[in-house]
Each structure stands twice: as C-alpha cells, then as structure tokens.
Design a binder for this molecule. Structure first.
Ligand code: BJW
Length: 244
C-alpha cells in the first residue's frame, strides 16, 4: 500500500535503455570504451576538434535511430495514462526511447542525439543524418558552428527552470538506471527529498548517492519498474470508491 501521489518525477539514465541494447556510459564495455571522455564529451574537445566529435556522434546516431523501447519505458506510458497525477520524465539520455514508448512531459536535460544546435545563433533543428564542420546553419547561414545538441561536460543543462519547478512540487521522485555521479542531475534527489517527496531508486547495484533514497529496488528496470507501476496502479481508487 502506497500513498496516492499528485506530482511524480521520474529521472532516468542510461540504465533504463540498457535492455534496449544500448550501452551505458560507465560499464566495462561502456559507450566511451574506445574514446577518452575528454576527447568526445567536453565542450573543449568540440572546439579543439569538432570533426572528431561529430564522427563519434554520427556513428552513434543510426544505432539510436533503430533502438526500440523496452518494458521500463512502456510502463511509464501506462502510468501516465492510468494514474491520476502529473507525471514528468526528466531524462539524462540522448536517445529518444521515451518518445518512442509514448511517454509525455519528457525533458531531455542532456540534449538529444537527433538534434543539432548552431553555436552562433542558437537555432536547434532535427536530423538523424551525419553532420560535419563544413555544414552551414539553415537559420543564420554560418558554416562550422553546428554542434550535436548534447550537453557536454562544462555546458549548462537544458530545461533547468522547468525541472526546478517539478522538483519543488513533487511528492514522489523515482530514479531509474543512473549511476548518480554526474551533477546537477545527481543532486535532484536531495531537492526532492528536501521538499518532502518519497524517493525510490531502481538500479542493478548500489550507487554513489544511495543514502539519499528511501527505497532501493535492485534488478533490471525492465522487470522492476513495471512491477512498481502495477503496485501504484493497484492503489488508485475505482470510480465507485471515489463516489462513496
Ligand atoms: C541499470 C541497468 C538496468 C545498467 N536496469 N539499471 C558538482 C559537483 C561535482 C562536479 C560538478 C558539479 N556540478 C557540475 C559539475 C561538473 C560536471 C560533473 O558532474 N562532473 C562529475 C563527473 C564529477 N557536470 C557538468 O559539467 C554538467 N554541467 C553543469 O553542471 O553546468 C554548470 C556548469 C557549467 C560550467 C562550469 C561549471 C558548472 C554537464 C553534464 C553533462 C553530462 N553529459 C553526458 C553526455 C556526454 C556526451 C555523450 O553522450 O557521449 O551525459 S556525460 C554522461 O553521463 C551522459 C549521461 O547522461 C550522464 C549520466 O550517466 P548515467 O545515465 O548515469 O549512466 P551510467 O553509465 O553512469 O550509469 C548507468 C547506470 O545504470 C548504472 O548505475 C548501472 O548499474 C545501471 N543499469 N543496466 C537498471 N537493466
């Protein structure tokens, strides 16, 4: 038996997409396995050698384009359809599996693989194709300033005003498949807790900010999250119960 919640925030990381076949970042065969983080995931790397960075993300794009959502993504859609609360998904993932699963209110705080931003004018456009330093911005016409719309180390996160508001008002904060080492996302649980939310963590193993969660559910999110969703849905009063 759980409370009936009004505002739910689900923070997701690479682990929620692991069962869709996508590599996480910090596992032994992780996404950066053959690359130094400093060469592909920092803003300094992009300015130093944009084509090296473009090549890394150009190679990643087709795999993410073809990836399919798994039960962990899909059960969020079911929750959003059947549970009488405002439910937001704050994702650190650059894949689009939440959207493919039909999730609503999704905030990509670390950007999206299928978006490009012009560092000259800020224009954002969508593409699943390759990008290079010879390409021109379709909005301002400047060449060589296009960057994958992915938040690199040293850059500010996206949608932080909205996320702050969500954290201030949430009464249930659920973290799924994130190691909790990258800030500011790793600190969200602390805010949610400070504002009175129940805090749940779903992961395969203990994480670095483990002590901040009220409950830990260990195991693959594709199994554990749908079970949790069914528990939440079991506590939703029926129409008859509501009218009594
Ligand atoms: C499963 C599973 C299954 C597996 N089921 N679970 C405060 C303190 C210290 C440092 C900082 C701080 N504030 C800012 C910083 C600096 C920095 C930072 O955090 N550094 C730390 C590493 C120390 N942060 C930043 O620079 C951020 N910007 C910022 O703060 O701006 C303000 C500012 C500007 C200028 C100066 C100073 C401040 C930006 C961070 C951007 C992160 N971007 C990346 C993408 C890189 C590009 C790419 O895609 O290649 O985002 S880094 C990478 O890590 C990616 C991810 O979104 C992010 C988090 O990783 P995630 O999702 O947690 O993945 P993993 O692999 O770590 O974990 C997977 C988990 O899943 C594991 O736990 C598994 O067990 C689990 N799992 N299978 C359930 N089936």
């Amino acid at each position: 038996m759980t409370r009936l919640y009004k505002n739910i925030v689900i923070l997701t990381g690479a682990g929620i997409s692991a069962e869709s076949g996508l590599a996480t970042f910090r596992s032994s065969n992780g996404l950066w396995n053959n690359h130094r983080v400093e060469d592909v995931a920092t803003i300094e790397a992009y300015w130093r050698n944009p084509d090296y960075v473009h090549q890394f993300y150009n190679e990643m794009r087709p795999e993410l384009y073809n990836a399919k959502p798994n039960p962990a993504h899909l059960c969020i859609t079911e929750l959003q359809k059947k549970y009488p609360a405002h439910i937001a998904v704050v994702t650190q993932n650059v894949d689009t599996l939440h959207e493919k699963a039909g999730n609503q209110n999704v905030f990509h705080i670390h950007g999206q693989i299928n978006q490009i931003v012009c560092m000259n004018c800020g224009h954002v456009f969508e593409t699943w194709g390759d990008v290079s330093s010879e390409d021109k911005c379709e909005h301002c016409g400047t060449t060589g300033m296009l960057k994958p719309n992915i938040v690199f180390f040293g850059e500010s996160l996206l949608y932080m005003d909205q996320v702050d508001r969500l954290l201030n008002s949430c009464d249930l904060f659920v973290s799924v498949g994130t190691s909790g080492v990258v800030y500011p996302a790793a600190g969200f649980v602390q805010f949610a807790k400070m504002f009175g939310a129940d805090t749940y963590e779903f992961n395969m193993e203990e994480t670095s900010n483990n002590s901040l969660f009220d409950k830990h559910i260990y195991g693959p999110a594709g199994t554990t999250l749908p079970q949790f969703v069914q528990q939440l849905l079991a506590d939703v009063p029926t129409k008859e119960e509501m009218s009594k």
